[in-house]
Each structure stands twice: as structure tokens, then as C-alpha cells.
Design a protein around this ligand. Structure first.
Ligand code: GDD
Ligand code: MN
Length: 360
């Protein structure tokens, strides 16, 4: 007999939710031949061990434990590629999604839909489990953005709860960006043809154990993914993020310069303070945003900051040198300044990527 359904559960620090999840799947999927694959990014709370404790007695339970990597989308992709079922479902590992909706989702896809998506926003659905007004706003803004860019009418395109045929997933897999949290959107955008999506309402439950890993930065990451699709990958997303952070740094620099001069500092001192503060702010933003996947922490963050300051100082030196030389040649101030700045940002990007954040 061949396996019908593989349930993929991405999880990070969800130890307390593992056993309840397997039990809930057991009762919801009664009568269906299923397996569950937990994809854990080496959670410090011992999530993988909790899965293994169940797996040793229950062949339907498996764990993929990834070391040195983080990311919801990439976890889902790896889980789905390891599936043996004819259908693959993705569900959060914190019991916020309603597993009793899986059978109707499966029925919808067996009945001809390309994909079934659990939705909080169709009649009968409910987003009550969203913790704060900020989360609600983020979620709504994201939905509008996603609908506009992808031309889909899906009411809950940010959903992490969906089901599709495994062979369709495999077809789309090579085209997925794998970045960030929005695997469903990634799949929809990867498809060369419009997918026929069935929306199944469900009630988003409040979290019982553990804490949410998604925050404000998720929206920024998500905007980045949409931009990347729009540019068709011609400019590295990290570079765009790095350049935007750099632009923000210029504003910080100017602001601090003004404040320091108002406080009585001379121009040279004020500009030095402004530049240093801007570089520190840029380091922090790049560490949180551009290089979120390999964020530096603790002592390594301090070491990274010092390196970053050194790299950027050299970048500034090159910037000024080139701008001066060009200006001497053609006397065009704006052009020379912009060319110098462009060389500076490319230098800062290339060198800090390899030296500070060690991107392979
Ligand atoms: N392997 C892995 N790696 N799993 C992760 C990671 C990671 O880096 N980050 C989060 N997860 C797991 C969590 O453990 C959880 O099982 C699931 O992914 C969702 O993460 P939560 O932190 O619980 O997300 P949420 O409840 O705030 O977000 C919900 O709403 C989003 C849309 O607003 C979820 O339903 C998401 O799927 C949905 O996209
Ligand atoms: Mn959750």
C-alpha cells in the first residue's frame, strides 16, 4: 500500500508541542495512511530529541535535524522533498493551525484543486490567535501587498497551512527562493501557470506553549522577496538590503551631525560622531536584516562590529579618493560624489560579506 499523506512540521523550540501534535494528527487523520516529518533547526530546547523519543516506537514519525541553518521556508522545502506520501501538507508545529481541517484539504486536492490553503479570512475562518494589534496590522498589510504583486485572489496568502500533490511541489521546488517565511507565496509565484487553489476556513488558535518567532522584520524580508521576484534575481537581494541600510545610515549621519553642532560641537567633531554612530547603526541593521540568517551574537558581534568599522572606513577612504580624482578631472560635483559613493558601497558590501559575515 502506498502512503497517502506526509505532514511537514517546521519547528524551532517547540519541544512541548511535539507529543500533542503527533497525538492530534493521529486522531485527525484516522483512516488516512499518513506520516509526519518534523524539520527542526537544531533547537536548543531539545525539540529533535522529543521527536526521536516518539519516532523510536512509531514509524510514522520522523525528524530532520538541520545544523547551522535557520529558516522556515527552507525547512519546509527540505521536509517536503523527503516526503513519501502522494500528498504533502505543511502545518505549524505550535498547534495554532487546526489539524482537523487536513481531511477536507486533502479531499479538495483529491477532487481536482492544485492546492488547498487553510484560510483565516474566508467565511468560517478566524484570526483570533494573532497576539497583538501590530501583528494584525502586519498581517493585513502583507496580505494586500501579496495580492497586489502576485495577482492572486487568495484571502490568506501568508498562510503557513496548506496541502498539495507531492509531484507538483517537486516541479516547483527548483524555482523556489527558499528565503524567509512565506513558502506558500513562494510556491504560487514559482508556478508558471495560475494554480487552482481551494480555500478551507479554519480558526487560528492562540499559542499554548513556546513563543512566536515571527516579528516585524518578517515583513521587511517579505518585501525583499517580492522585490527579488520583480527584479528576477538580477541584483542580489542582500546587496539591495545593504544599500538601503547604507542610505538609512546617511540620514542618521546627517541627523547626528546637526544635533552635535546644535549642542556646540565643531563641524569636524560633529561629523566624526555622526559617521561613527551611522556605521554602528548600519552594522546592527545589517546584522538583524541583511545577514539575519547568519546573525552574529555576543563576542562575535563585537568582533564583527570592529571589522565592519574598519571595512567601512576603508570604503569611505576609497569613496573620497575616487570622488576627488574624478572631480579634479571633470569638475562635475554631483557625478563625482555619486561615483565615489557607488564604489564605496560596493566595496563595503563585497568585503563585509566575506570578512564580517563570512557568506559562503
Ligand atoms: N525549522 C524551523 N526553522 N522552523 C521554524 C523557524 C526556523 O527558522 N522559525 C519558525 N519556525 C516554526 C515554528 O516553530 C512554528 O512551528 C512555525 O514555524 C511558525 O512559526 P511561529 O513563530 O509560530 O509563527 P506565527 O504563529 O507567528 O506565524 C503564523 O502566521 C504567519 C502569517 O501571519 C504562522 O501560521 C505562519 O505559518 C504564517 O505564515
Ligand atoms: Mn505560531
Amino acid at each position: 500500500m502506498s502512503r497517502t499523506l506526509t505532514v511537514i512540521v517546521p519547528c524551532y523550540n517547540e519541544r512541548a508541542n511535539v507529543a500533542p501534535m503527533v497525538a492530534a494528527l493521529g486522531s485527525a487523520l484516522d483512516g488516512i495512511d499518513w506520516e509526519v516529518v518534523f524539520v527542526d533547526d537544531d533547537s536548543p530546547d531539545g525539540t529533535a530529541a522529543a521527536v526521536r523519543a516518539l519516532a523510536k516506537d512509531d514509524p510514522r514519525v520522523r525528524c530532520i535535524r538541520r545544523i547551522g541553518r535557520r529558516g522556515l521556508s527552507s525547512a519546509v522545502i527540505e521536509g517536503a522533498l523527503s516526503a513519501s506520501g502522494a500528498y504533502v501538507a505543511v502545518i505549524d508545529g505550535d498547534m495554532q493551525h487546526d489539524e482537523t481541517r487536513l481531511p477536507p484539504m486533502l479531499a479538495a486536492v483529491q477532487g481536482g484543486a492544485d492546492m488547498a490553503v487553510g484560510s483565516r479570512h474566508v467565511a468560517g475562518g478566524d484570526a483570533a490567535g494573532l497576539a497583538s494589534p501590530l501583528r494584525v496590522w502586519l498581517s493585513e498589510t502583507g496580505i494586500k501587498l501579496a495580492q497586489a504583486v502576485t495577482h492572486t485572489g487568495i484571502t490568506d496568502p501568508m498562510s503557513g497551512f496548506f496541502l498539495l500533490r507531492r509531484d507538483l511541489f517537486e516541479q516547483l521546488a527548483a524555482r523556489l527562493s527558499g528565503q524567509g517565511f512565506k513558502i506558500l507565496l513562494d510556491l504560487i509565484m514559482a508556478s508558471p501557470r495560475r494554480l487552482n487553489v481551494a480555500e478551507i476556513p479554519y480558526k487560528f488558535r492562540p499559542r499554548q506553549a513556546g513563543e512566536s518567532k515571527l516579528d516585524v522584520l518578517v515583513l521587511a524580508q517579505f518585501a525583499g522577496m517580492l522585490l527579488d521576484k520583480a527584479l528576477r534575481g538580477t541584483v542580489p537581494l542582500r546587496f539591495i538590503s545593504f544599500a538601503l541600510v547604507g542610505g538609512f545610515g546617511v540620514l542618521v549621519n546627517i541627523l547626528v551631525l546637526q544635533l552635535a553642532m546644535m549642542a556646540g560641537a565643531g563641524f569636524g567633531t560633529a561629523q566624526t560622531i555622526g559617521t561613527i554612530i551611522a556605521m554602528v547603526a548600519n552594522f546592527e541593521l545589517n546584522n538583524q536584516l541583511t545577514y539575519r540568517a547568519q546573525r552574529l551574537k555576543g563576542a562575535r558581534a563585537w568582533r564583527g562590529l570592529v571589522l565592519f568599522l574598519a571595512v567601512c572606513s576603508l570604503g569611505a577612504y576609497a569613496n573620497i579618493g575616487i570622488a576627488k580624482a574624478l572631480y579634479a578631472e571633470n569638475g562635475h560635483g554631483l557625478f563625482s560624489g555619486a561615483a565615489g559613493a557607488a564604489v564605496g558601497v560596493v566595496w563595503n558590501y563585497a568585503v563585509s560579506a566575506t570578512l564580517v559575515w563570512r557568506v559562503r
